[in-house]
Design a protein around this ligand. Sequence first.
Ligand SMILES: [Zn+2]
Length: 102
Amino acid sequence: MLQTLVHYTLHLLAPGLIAYIFFRKEWKKAWLIMLATMLVDLDHLLATPIFDPGRCSINFHPLHTYWAIAGYVVLLFFRKTRIIAVGLLFHMFTDYIDCQWN
Ligand SMILES: [Zn+2]
């Protein structure tokens, strides 16, 4: 229960905070973009079972591998994709924290 709460707080509210600190001028847009990065969780649909609370996403799902993360880091270097990259990396960080509970 606590784990789920922490997970969704981090997934939803923390991006808002990050957006507000780093992209103050357009923080609402930045927040929305970061929320949209949750779509990478669509790769969970490729897995069986689709949802398994005890499973670590990192390096299990295609968009959650170190290779994918390396790609997100590259996106950091371009102004246009920077917000997306921050969102994606933060998402991976959140999922990674999740792995530490088990
Ligand atoms: Zn994820």
